[in-house]
Each structure stands twice: as C-alpha cells, then as structure tokens.
Design a protein around this ligand. Structure first.
Ligand SMILES: *[C@@H]1O[C@H](CO)[C@@H](O)[C@H](O)[C@H]1NC(C)=O
Ligand SMILES: *[C@@H]1O[C@H](CO)[C@@H](O)[C@H](O)[C@H]1NC(C)=O
Length: 334
C-alpha cells in the first residue's frame, strides 16, 4: 500500500504536464525498496527505468546489478561500470547499517519500510536535473537538495534530527553529489545513445468505437478503444467539433503482451445527443495526423434494421412462392 502510494504520487507529478506529452524525454529513475523486519533482518531491492523501459534490477541476494536490456551498460566501459556498481554496493551496505543505528537511537518500531526514489533527467543543451527522495512508511520524509539533506514539510520531529545527523556526514554528501551531478547524467546520456533504436521505436495505434452497457434509461455509453501504440504517452478525447467533452473518462493505459499499450476512453451521453460526437487520438507515431472516429448513430440498431428488412423480404418471397405453388397445384386438380 505505502510503496504504491508513493510511486503513484511521483507518477502523477511526472504525467501531469500535458503540453510536454508528445515531446520525448527519458528520465532515468531508480527505486530502492528496503524492508526492515527487526534489528538483524532486512532486505533491499532496486529497480531502474529509462523512460518507460525497465533497464536494471538489483536483488538483495546479489552483489551485481542485473542488465534487463542489451544496452543497459550504456557507453560505460567495464571498469567504469564496476566502479559505479562498487559505489552502490558500499551505499547499500551503509544504508542498512545507518538505518539500524537510527532505529535504535530513536526507539522506532519494526517493521519499517523505506523507499528511495532517485535519478536524473537530461534536458536539451547539456543540462540535467537530479533528484533523491526518501519515503518512510510510505510518506515522503526527506530529500537531498544541492549539497544538503532537507526534511520534507510536515514530517515528524525525529526526521529533523535524522537530517541534522546526515548533514554532519560530509563523505556521504560528497559521494551523493558526485553520483547525482556527474555519474548519473553521464551514464544516462550514454544509455540513451546505446538504446537509441529501441527508444525511438514508434508504433501507430488502431482505434475503434462501440457502445458499452447503458448507464441508465435513455443514456448511451460511448466507448473508444485505442490499442497497439508505442511509446506510452497518448491523448484520447471525446469531442463535439473542436470542443473537448469534459466528462470524457479515461481508463489506465494498460500493457499489451507485445510491449505496446492499450487505452479505453468512455463518454456517458443522453442517447439523442450522441450523433456528431467523435473520438480524437493524438500520438507521436501519427506525425500530427490525428485519428478521428465519428459516432455514426447507433451501429447495432442500423444492423438490426437491415436484418429485419432482409427477414421481411425473405418472408414475403417465401409466402409468394408458397402461394404460386398452391395456385399451380389447384390448377392441376382443376
Ligand atoms: C551539485 O549540484 C548542486 C546543484 O544542483 C550544487 O549546489 C552542488 O554544488 C554540486 N556539487 C558538486 C560537488 O558539484
Ligand atoms: C557537456 O558539454 C561539454 C562540452 O561540450 C562536454 O565536455 C560534456 O561532456 C557535456 N556533458 C554531458 C553530460 O554531456
């Protein structure tokens, strides 16, 4: 629950800027999950992503970081990579030891769940931005800012004590600055270069309309499904002309088995007001040529009418044939 909430909050923070939607940027983030069961049992697992692609994982029982992509080492050579791995290994060891010390000192109670969300993002023109946030029991408690640790607003008093103590440790602060200011941006620009062909992959969506279960008497649920697109950012909206329909409801963007994405977007309308509505899809693979699908009345009732007419005609012709046959047989008798 806690970890999910924390992830969700950072996820929202990342997604909310609608205007940057179609622009590609590849933030690199690592998530560290540390569970402390008691004063002798703890584990730390880590995951890392470049944009929406998972690139590394690091299990508690392993000394080495696992590559999840053929290009996960970026442009670092073996020696550079081993140096980074070694620094992170030392960090993991001292993190666990420090937490045990703090828990004893502050008389906190187990179990304790800590998460670290850290990484960097390259901006155009050789600039980069780094971040390092820590959550305790699912709540953001402190961050590394510039050269110092800072408590997040509204955290319990013991966090201020921890921040003061951490700031006395010059060595760790320098190591973190080195990692955030230099190692991370260097590694990530190499990673983007090495993974270029996979990162620039574009797959066009397909879209289709249907009606969902009726939301109530005299109402229609218009459903617009968009599937098979890559990368993940997409914009789908029910429109009337140029007017976005504010009651459009978006589902979650869900993964397809082949690594592409799927999204379902619905609109609940009064049945008589459905015609003239359209579903508009914007995606980077479409090169500005949005997909626009118009709601053509109620598809099912059109089909039904066709079927009824055909049945009626068949019935009529069967009746006529029967009538002619009877007439002929009467004629035979007469
Ligand atoms: C790292 O970057 C921060 C700004 O984000 C700066 O205040 C700090 O001095 C830098 N440290 C080093 C060692 O470059
Ligand atoms: C930024 O630009 C300088 C000079 O062009 C270059 O030496 C350096 O490697 C660049 N840094 C990154 C992180 O690309």
């Amino acid at each position: 629950m806690g970890p999910l909430l924390f992830l969700l909050l950072w996820g929202l923070h990342k997604v909310s800027g609608g205007s940057e939607l179609l622009q590609r940027s590849f933030p690199f983030h690592g998530l560290q999950i540390s569970s402390f069961v008691n004063s002798s049992q703890a584990r730390t697992d880590c995951l890392a992503w470049l944009g929406e692609l998972q690139t590394h994982s690091w299990s508690d029982d392993s000394d080495t970081i696992r590559f999840l992509k053929p290009w996960s080492q970026g442009t670092f050579n073996l020696q550079q990579w081993e140096q980074v791995q070694n620094e992170l290994w030392v960090y993991r060891l001292s993190f666990t030891r420090d937490i045990w010390d703090f828990v004893k000192l502050l008389k906190l109670t187990y179990p304790i769940e800590l998460q670290v969300f850290a990484g960097c993002e390259m901006h155009p023109g050789n600039a980069s931005e780094s971040f390092f946030h820590v959550a305790y029991q699912g709540m953001h408690v402190l961050s590394f800012q510039g050269t110092l640790w800072e408590a997040a607003p509204g955290t319990p008093p013991f966090v201020k004590f921890v921040v003061k103590e951490l700031n006395l440790d010059q060595g760790t602060r320098e190591m973190i600055q080195q990692l955030l200011n230099n190692t991370c941006p260097q590694f990530v620009s190499g990673l983007i270069e090495a993974g270029r062909s996979e990162l620039k992959k574009q797959v066009k969506p397909e879209a289709w309309l249907s009606s969902g279960p009726s939301p109530g008497p005299g109402r229609l649920l218009l459903v617009c499904r968009v599937s098979g697109f890559y990368p993940k950012p997409v914009w789908v909206m029910w429109m009337r002309g140029d007017q976005e329909q504010p009651h459009t409801r978006q589902g979650d963007v869900l993964p397809n088995a082949d690594g592409t994405w799927y999204l379902r977007v619905t609109l609940d309308v009064v049945a008589g007001e459905a015609s003239g509505l359209s579903c508009r899809v914007k995606h980077s693979s479409l090169g500005g040529q949005d997909i626009v699908l118009y709601w053509a009345g109620s598809h099912t009732s059109v089909h039904l009418i066709v079927v009824l007419v055909v049945l009626a005609l068949l019935g009529l012709s069967a009746g006529l044939i029967f009538w002619f046959r009877r007439r002929r047989s009467y004629q035979g008798i007469l």
